[in-house]
Design a binder for this molecule. Structure first.
Ligand SMILES: [Zn+2]
Ligand SMILES: [Zn+2]
Length: 324
């Protein structure tokens, strides 16, 4: 059978961590993240594997004065340095956006909001304004309008806001899929992180928005290896590093095997900074090569979120052929 894999990668840099005091998860001057993005783009070009890059809109800017109007909560932009890419490359990254756009592979530029808004927490008017600001920035850069949103911190946006702003597809935690139940116990989650199997979850068109499902824990990067500049989380330090790397590779292999065997869909994700260290990277390279080979053998298709959106809408709109 032919399985489908989607990969989405959050390019958020400081915007995803500064509000939570975790800025040191990113390397000084984001040097490792910049190098890693270039290596990732090269690897994707070699194996002809496209990725959905979920980019925070503010990163498109060369500079700003730190003042962004809108119906945001008081102090929302306190984390904004109000400088430029030279001074604060964790908050401005037009070079990274450029690199993705210039890549040989037809990657997707999806939005991760303009200022890393938790879409279910902030007032709907702030969410709508923030998404429109991101849309304007894409337009100013002459980039196709985005149809996809990966909501920061898995915080679910109101569906009417998405429809108003023209978002057609969104990544959603897999347990919210109609095909799954509520999240399981912490022990179940631990076993799933270490051993899989990665859930097979078909995308669904719900309330006018195509939902594609992914676990809330990272699946492109491994939770039990160092993430970004941080050492392994204490909960996983009992796992020897080399064993962790083998588990990581095996998790991906089994996820692809399952997608192929069932003809189902898997959606892997992580942040760029998570995979910027050398403990995660070899397994990511192996995964992308593996995907490329399986695509060549006709076992697997790689689809961006925008492509998944098209496919699901086509299926819904096309009348089913009746066979006698
Ligand atoms: Zn700014
Ligand atoms: Zn984020």
């Amino acid at each position: 059978m032919t399985g489908t894999v989607t990969m989405s990668l959050e390019v958020e840099l400081g915007w995803g961590v500064a509000r939570y005091g975790l800025l040191d998860k990113i390397s000084p001057g984001r040097e490792r993240e910049t190098r890693r993005l270039h290596a990732l783009l090269d690897c994707c070009a070699t194996h002809d594997v496209p990725i959905t890059f979920n980019v925070v809109g503010h990163l498109f800017l060369e500079s700003c004065d730190g003042d962004h109007e809108g119906p945001y909560p008081e102090g929302w932009f306190d984390v904004d340095p109000g400088t430029s890419v030279e001074e604060d490359p964790l908050f401005y990254a037009p070079d990274l956006v450029e690199a993705i756009l210039d890549a040989e592979t037809a990657h997707e530029l999806c939005t991760h909001t303009f200022s890393h808004v938790e879409c279910g927490e902030l007032p709907p008017e702030a969410v709508a304004h923030d998404l429109r600001t991101a849309r304007d920035i894409h337009e100013e850069h002459g980039i196709d309008e985005f149809v996809s949103l990966v909501p920061p911190r898995h915080s679910s946006p109101p569906r009417d806001v998405l429809r108003d702003v023209g978002i057609e597809t969104v990544r959603v935690p897999h347990y919210r899929s109609p095909d799954f139940g509520e999240p399981k116990t912490p022990l179940h989650k631990l076993v799933a992180i270490l051993n899989g199997p990665h859930p097979i979850a078909e995308p669904h068109l719900i309330d006018g928005v195509v939902e594609t499902y992914s676990p809330v824990y990272k699946t492109l990067a491994a939770e039990y290896l160092p993430l970004g500049e941080y050492d392994t989380h204490p909960a996983y330090r009992w796992i020897p590093r080399e064993t962790g790397k083998k588990l990581h590779r095996r998790y991906h292999e089994r996820a692809l095997d399952r997608a192929v065997e069932t003809g189902g869909h898997i959606h892997l994700w992580s942040h760029l900074y998570d995979v910027a260290n050398d403990h995660q990277w070899p397994q990511i390279e192996a995964l992308i090569a593996d995907i490329g080979e399986r695509v060549e053998r006709g076992e697997l298709e790689v689809k961006t979120m925008a492509e998944v959106n098209e496919e699901v809408r086509d299926d819904v709109e096309r009348p089913r052929r009746v066979t006698q």
